[in-house]
Design a protein around this ligand. Structure first.
Ligand code: AMP
Ligand code: FE
Ligand code: FE
Ligand code: ZN
Length: 294
């Protein structure tokens, strides 16, 4: 009996609709799926509705990109789980980020045009739909137009940091992101800890404790790219430091075809008790009551 607490839909950079995601979860025999789109909660309402008559439980979530000083390609993402996706201040903040992403898309398309490469707005808009635009959308248009052979090349040649069409995106500071998740009734987790870029455990541990002092509730222990040894270290670290544990595949559908829902790269298994522990903590700690939990 397994679960998946990290997935994306086409409301951000995944390719599945909420309905397709639930159908896939059913096929995989998953009991619980958290939807955690980047800076976006639009998929939650339709997902909750579709899930009503299925055996799959949906945990409302979001994945926030954090403005945080890290070397090189390292990056900090925070997962909010058990959030109230209708909480007004959350929706307002996400709308601000979406507008910033839309403006950024305009800038990136402008940069492509100044390189002599035409990217019709309509083609980007069709892919983005009601969602939040990101580099993967632009990359897909570039592939469709034959500008690059595949998504990876789009990043390597144009969209990665330092490349000609790169534009940085607006991100939230860590304290604000964690506070927002808490105010929305949710719990905040460090997503895919490997992406902080530390080569050894000690400095990573120190960084995680620093994040905890900013209000972080837990860490994503189970993740495909974590070795068995690293997973065990993270699990012990969480237990020894009073941090909650979550885990998921980071499923993006066809946008990251090597990753399967629930199974990640094939080696992932997030046990049901991970969900039970979180659900219990969440209920006992009043995070579901904004008026009290704050
Ligand atoms: P954005 O939020 O618009 O900056 O886009 C970030 C997303 O781009 C990540 O979540 C990945 O899904 C995708 N991405 C980043 N680097 C690459 C890459 N080298 N190849 C394919 N996808 C990438
Ligand atoms: Fe993504
Ligand atoms: Fe992420
Ligand atoms: Zn993700």
């Amino acid at each position: 009996m397994c679960i998946d607490l990290h997935t994306h839909t086409h409301f951000s950079d995944g390719s599945f609709s909420p309905q397709e995601l639930i159908a896939e979860a059913k096929k995989e025999g998953l009991r619980v799926v958290a939807i955690t789109d980047h800076d976006e909660v639009g998929a939650i309402a339709p997902a909750l509705e579709y899930a009503l008559d299925s055996a799959v439980r949906i945990v409302p979530g979001v994945e926030l990109s954090i403005d945080y000083d890290l070397p090189g390609r390292a990056h900090l993402h925070v997962l909010g789980l058990f959030i109230d996706h209708q909480y007004e201040p959350l929706i307002r903040t996400l709308l601000d980020l979406k507008k910033a992403r839309q403006a950024r898309m305009g800038e990136m398309v402008g940069k492509m045009r100044s390189l002599g490469l035409d990217i019709p707005d309509a083609e980007v808009e069709e892919l983005v739909g009601q969602g939040s635009p990101g580099r993967p959308h632009l990359a897909r248009v570039m592939v469709a137009r034959g500008i690059v052979p595949n998504l990876h090349a789009a990043f390597i040649d144009y969209l990665s940091k330092g490349k000609p069409a790169y534009v940085p995106k607006k991100k939230l500071p860590i304290g604000a992101a964690v506070a927002l998740i808490h105010q929305a009734g949710g719990l905040a987790f460090l997503a895919h800890p490997f992406s902080l870029g530390y080569a050894s455990y000690e400095p990573l541990g120190r960084e995680i404790l620093k994040l905890k002092s900013q209000g972080l509730d837990g860490i994503e222990v189970y993740y495909s790219k974590h070795s068995r040894y690293f997973t065990r270290w993270l699990d012990d670290f969480a237990r020894n430091n009073d941090l909650l544990v979550c885990g998921g595949s980071d499923f993006h559908g066809a946008a990251k075809p090597e990753i399967q829902l629930g199974r990640g790269l094939g080696n992932l298994k997030v046990p049901y008790y991970v969900y039970e522990n979180l659900q219990q903590y969440w209920e006992e700690n009043g995070r579901n009551d904004r008026a009290v939990g704050g």
